[in-house]
Ligand binder design. Structure first.
Ligand code: AMP
Length: 420
């Protein structure tokens, strides 16, 4: 970390303590500026619909008060969006030129097999992320633009890539490989990588904390249920299996993605329905899951429709829960001993009926939910299983930005120590 010269007697800290976290999606850019001394957010925001005429930047200053600001204008690409974000931060006195900025952390969706830890971005690292574009065509290009723009704005500052796949690189080979011809798989880097890794890492560690035990002693099944959804089996702090695969399409039923299906469905759609590869890609990624099943991906709306007697919404919910149960059962078998099942992300943190239904009938696996505890609304990590239950069921709000910032800050501090 570059130390900042401090005038004698100055109250200003000698070490930069802020990390800017950038999360570039295919058409969005989310950001948070975090002070690592107390993990407080100084500013946060979102640019949506990048590349469309209706794109907009919503910036929320959090440190010195001030109201949310909205800029509705066309941002042609991530480069323009990030330049605008830099201006907003500067107008709050939090510009990227601040000596208090220690590093910029970039969420990078696909790190392949090479990146199992946060990595300071060099030209070689950027080239490797570019080489992974064929396996993450929607995400890695946006991540690359974000990194390049941030580098141009602050070339002297460490830019650190934190990979969604990194936490899953500990998966044993027998969990990571598909049972297909090895040569073909290796030639095209086809294997299970897993995603949402920063969330699974953060939530499994927080769950151990909630149980008052070291992560190395605890086996946790993490259910990250957002619009995208994934499960992971975490044994003593290390991921041993996860539900997403080569891409984030495999596994659980999601908002718009099918999750697991017989691969022959694809040949059938090609040969019998006459669909093109791109059409099938769109069908499975954008028009399937809950949206495909009942036309709706918001769990609140699905529950409301079920309460009104809507059978289509009810069936969609049942299919969603059935898949979730299968993964809980499978990962109980994978782990042998389960200490906790942790629910997180938009659905996992908020939808009590999903949590209750997912563990209903699983008493043989040591799982139960206390109806009163389950109905409590809170932003805090909490246990919702009754005291007698062998396995703790927990709700653990995820915080991917903080996890990224922590990893980035630890890395730049370590680099700094090694330099000294
Ligand atoms: P995420 O991708 O983690 O932001 O999760 C987004 C999803 O969370 C939405 O599509 C909703 O289905 C779900 N969600 C958010 N708030 C609630 C809530 N209060 N009750 C049920 N589901 C919710």
């Amino acid at each position: 970390m570059t130390s900042v010269p401090v005038p004698e007697g100055s109250a200003v800290t000698s070490n930069p303590t802020r990390v800017l976290v950038l999360n570039s999606g295919s058409s969005s850019l989310k950001y948070q500026l975090i002070d690592m001394r107390d993990h407080s957010r100084l500013a946060m925001g979102l640019v949506e619909k990048i590349g469309e005429d209706t794109s907009a930047l919503v910036h929320t200053p959090l440190s010195g008060g001030g109201d949310k600001r909205v800029r509705e204008t066309r941002f042609a690409d991530h480069d323009e969006a990030l330049q605008a974000v830099a201006l907003e931060l500067a107008s709050d006195g939090l510009g990227l030129d601040s000596p208090e900025l220690a590093a910029i952390g970039h969420r990078v969706v696909h790190g392949g097999l090479k990146f199992s830890a946060p990595t300071v971005v060099t030209d070689e690292v950027l080239e490797e992320i570019e080489r992974l574009v064929p396996v993450a065509p929607l995400h890695n290009p946006a991540n690359i633009t974000g990194i390049k723009t941030a580098r141009a704005l602050r070339p002297d500052l460490p830019q650190v890539a934190v990979f969604d796949t990194a936490f899953h690189t500990t998966m044993p080979e027998y969990a990571a490989r598909y049972a297909i011809d090895v040569e073909t798989a290796d030639a095209h880097r086809i294997r299970r990588y897993g995603f949402h890794g920063t969330s699974h890492a953060y939530v499994s560690r927080k769950t151990a904390e909630l149980l008052g035990r070291a992560p190395s002693e605890v086996n946790v099944i993490v259910l990250h249920l957002g619009n995208g959804a994934s499960a992971s089996a975490v044994q003593g702090g290390r991921c041993v299996d996860t539900s997403m695969g080569l891409t984030p399409l495999e596994g659980l039923v999601m908002g718009t993605r099918s999750g697991d299906l017989d691969p022959a469905v694809i040949f059938h759609l090609e040969r019998v329905a006459g669909m093109s590869t791109d059409e099938i890609d769109t069908l499975l990624n954008k028009k399937s899951g809950l949206v495909g099943l009942c036309g709706e991906n918001d769990m609140r709306e699905i529950r409301r429709r079920i309460d009104e007697g809507d059978k289509q919404a009810e069936l969609a919910f049942e299919i969603y829960i059935h898949r979730l149960k299968k993964y809980i059962g499978a990962y109980s078998a994978v782990l042998g001993r389960v200490d906790a099942v942790a629910f997180t992300a938009g659905v996992g943190e908020n939808a009590a009926p999903v949590r209750a239904a997912a563990v209903a009938g699983l008493a043989e696996l040591g799982l139960a939910v206390d109806a009163d505890l389950n109905s409590v609304r809170s932003d805090e990590p909490r246990i919702i299983s009754p005291e007698y239950a062998r396995v703790a069921v927990a709700v653990v709000p995820t915080d991917e930005e903080l996890e990224i910032a922590n990893q980035v800050y630890d890395l730049v501090a370590a680099v700094d120590n090694n330099d000294n």
